[in-house]
Ligand binder design. Sequence first.
Ligand code: SME
Length: 154
Amino acid sequence: MSSEKERDYERCRSIIGALCEGDDDQIAKMASIVGVLHNEMNDFFWTGFYRVVGGRLVIGPYQGTVGCLRIEIGKGVCGMAAAVGETQVVENVHDFPGHIACDGRSQSEIVVPVKDERGEVIAVLDVDSVKKGAFDELDRKCLEQILTHVWRGR
Ligand code: SME
């Protein structure tokens, strides 16, 4: 028996796979992923990418309220995910030291690194929810799968 969330991710995976197949433009792929996830998933209040540009994170395609334009690597949840190259699942953003509040309504957050073929972090996908504890291991697994498929073809 699969959960509603699993079925939603399954649908997103297939739409995103079809949309991004064969496209090598980074922004086009990011914009398409955000457009699908933000509209198909429940509880995705802010959905967007930060790209690694000149040693900092710079905002990329997103949907939701206005996000901060730049984040230092190592700062906040996004900067931490980029620095360590590992997904960060934050149940309560108020408990995360250095969390950057772009919209005070956000309560929980997941940030997944995007890696190129060499394993270098080129961006992070950030999703915020207004609910506490909205993201768990299933979100981590499914979002990592989607990004790995789009950027590394497996
Ligand atoms: N909360 C993030 C910053 C980005 S926004 O929420 C859009 C962080 O702490 O990295």
